[in-house]
Structures are given as structure tokens and as C-alpha cells.
Design a protein around this ligand. Structure first.
Ligand code: CP
Length: 318
């Protein structure tokens, strides 16, 4: 594998999950694989889990790790070609990327949707510039439309906790005061759709996701109906995808918060969320603190997904 930006890059899911199990059981078995190799992690946006788990994954593989926060200490970057750079942006991304590429062997990029242009967001302009101009393998640490390291960790977690061969998984929208990208939800749907598990996506009208990610999942506008019999409840907020409201919060209906009453509709489901989570907006204190909440093991599996992906990229360098 050279680049990792979506589920299709990882190969057959059964094999990827077997590799992840091996990594989890043998975290230091490949400590020589990354010797004298440098991982550069470039963040255009904030992070706790991705930053720490990916760094830990690189260290477990024996890599040197460098972290760059573009917005804290680097020059402000221009990303559009043809712009007269007479404003506050000092460096063009078309020089910055190959320079970064010259310092490392593998580059991780976090670059969220900025909602200025749906076309640019959904064409993954920043991530694809890294792939095109860095000359090095690139992996997504959450881009505009997907968060594949999170989705891989989510699936690893579901495999660990599922009690039936084909669990019912419900992805539910939940309220949030700010505009959030659709990336986690798109990506989760894309990965679960590859498993053949039952996926139901529930949200208020107006929050329909890009049909390319929804795939064959059932869309249900009644959250209670969707939750009935669920084995896993995956809560996430996202802003509107559909025009003319792209990137906007069109309602904050608190009746969609995942509460104990909502969880009582399920098949004693496990509660999942990628974190960070706003308590009592997305999920009640009681639910996230309950024994059915698996948000901490889910976050811990971020090391496993990152290490499995980095290992595959390192093997591809040989
Ligand atoms: N889930 C996730 O990606 O967390 P961070 O934004 O803290 O990295």
C-alpha cells in the first residue's frame, strides 16, 4: 500500500482485520521495520487522539516522528494557484509540500472541510496536493470527506464486541452547536457498507449525507424506529451536505440526544462515538458512563488502526 485515504486502499477487510489483530497482540514485533524512517504528521486542525495514537503507532514501529501544526508556528499557507500573494499568507503550499516531502519517508495529513467550497472539499484538494507534490506515501489523519483511521478503529472495535455474525449498526445524527464536517459519518458508512452488516442511518430531514457514502444503508428519519433492535449505536453530529445548506447547522433538535431512554429501545446496544464528544448534546452523561459505552476502547484502537496502516506502507517502501 502506498497511500491510505479510504477503505478501498486497505485491501480485503477480513485480511486487514486479521493484520490489525496481530498488531494488537504483538505491538512491538515490528520495532525494526521503521528504523531510520521518518514519519511527518501535518495538522491543519486540532487533534488529541489522532496526534497521540499515530505518534505512538510510529514509535512502536521504530520510526522517528515529527509533528507540524500548520497554524501554530509555521508560515501561513496559500493553497490557491494563481493568487497574487500580497496578503497575510507567506508561503505557497506548492513549495511547502515538496519541502516537507524532502524531510520524511511517510506523511500523515489532517485537513478538514472548510465549507468555503463544497467542490474543493469533496475533491479533497489539500490531501490530493500532498499526494501529488510530496513524492512520498501519504495517509489521511482525517481529510475533508473521510476519516479512515477512525473508521478502521471503529470496525476493529465492533469486531471485538459483536455478539452476532451480522450485527445491526445504527449511525445516528445528534445535535451540536457548531458546523462539523461529514467526514466521520461518511467514512463510517463507507467502511460498514463493506462488511455486509445491517447499517441504518438516522437523522432529521435536511441532513442527508452524500449518497456515494450512504450506499445501500437504510435511511430512517424516525430515530426511535432506527434504534429498535440495534446492536451498536454510533452517534455523530454532522452539518448539512445538501445545497443550499452545505456546511450549515439547520437544527439542533435536542430530542435526538442519545439518552438512556433511547438506548432502552435497542438490543442492549453498545454506544460508540469517535470523540471528542459534547456531553448532554450528543449523548447523556448516563449513557457515556454506562457499561455499554465503548468509547474508550474504541479510542484505544486508534493506535492499532494507525500501526496496521503504517506497517503496510512501510512494507511497501521495501
Ligand atoms: N477521533 C479523533 O480523530 O479525535 P481527534 O480529533 O482528537 O484526533
Amino acid at each position: 500500500m502506498r497511500n491510505f485515504t479510504c477503505v478501498h486502499d486497505i485491501g480485503p477487510l477480513s485480511e486487514a482485520l486479521a493484520k490489525a489483530r496481530y498488531v494488537k497482540e504483538n505491538p512491538f514485533a515490528d520495532a525494526e521495520l521503521g528504523r531510520n524512517k521518518t514519519l511527518l504528521m501535518v495538522f491543519f486542525n486540532s487533534s488529541l487522539r489522532t496526534r497521540l495514537s499515530t505518534q505512538k503507532a510510529g514509535l512502536n514501529l521504530g520510526m522517528n516522528v515529527i509533528v507540524l501544526d500548520i497554524n501554530h508556528g509555521a508560515w501561513k499557507l496559500e493553497t490557491e494557484r494563481g493568487v497574487v500573494m500580497d496578503g497575510d499568507k507567506t508561503e505557497h503550499i506548492l513549495e511547502a509540500i515538496p519541502v516537507m516531502g524532502s524531510y520524511r519517508d511517510i506523511i500523515g495529513v489532517r485537513s478538514f472541510a472548510n465549507f468555503e467550497s463544497k467542490e474543493d472539499d469533496y475533491n479533497e484538494v489539500i490531501l490530493n496536493q500532498f499526494i501529488k507534490y510530496s513524492g512520498k506515501p501519504v495517509f489521511s489523519m482525517e481529510a475533508a470527506t473521510r476519516h479512515p483511521l477512525q473508521s478502521f478503529a471503529d470496525l476493529i472495535t465492533i469486531e471485538e464486541y459483536k455478539k452476532t455474525a451480522k450485527p445491526k449498526i445504527v449511525l445516528t445524527w445528534a445535535p451540536h452547536p457548531k458546523s462539523l464536517p461529514q467526514a466521520v459519518s461518511n467514512s463510517f458508512a463507507e467502511w460498514i457498507n463493506q462488511t455486509g452488516y445491517e447499517l441504518v442511518i438516522t437523522h432529521p430531514e435536511g441532513y442527508e449525507l452524500d449518497p456515494r457514502f450512504v450506499g445501500n444503508a437504510r435511511v430512517e428519519y424516525d430515530q426511535d424506529k432506527a434504534l429498535a433492535g440495534a446492536d451498536f449505536v454510533y452517534a455523530k453530529n454532522w452539518s448539512a451536505y445538501k445545497d443550499p445548506n452545505y456546511g450549515k447547522v439547520i437544527n439542533m433538535d435536542r430530542s435526538w440526544t442519545v439518552t438512556t431512554e433511547k438506548m432502552a429501545l435497542t438490543n442492549n446496544a453498545y454506544f460508540m462515538h469517535c470523540l471528542p464528544v459534547r456531553r448532554n448534546m450528543i449523548v447523556s452523561d448516563d449513557v457515556i458512563e454506562s457499561p455499554q459505552s465503548i468509547v474508550i476502547p474504541e479510542a484505544a484502537n486508534r493506535v492499532v488502526s494507525a500501526q496496521t496502516v503504517l506497517k503496510e506502507i512501510l512494507l511497501g517502501l521495501k
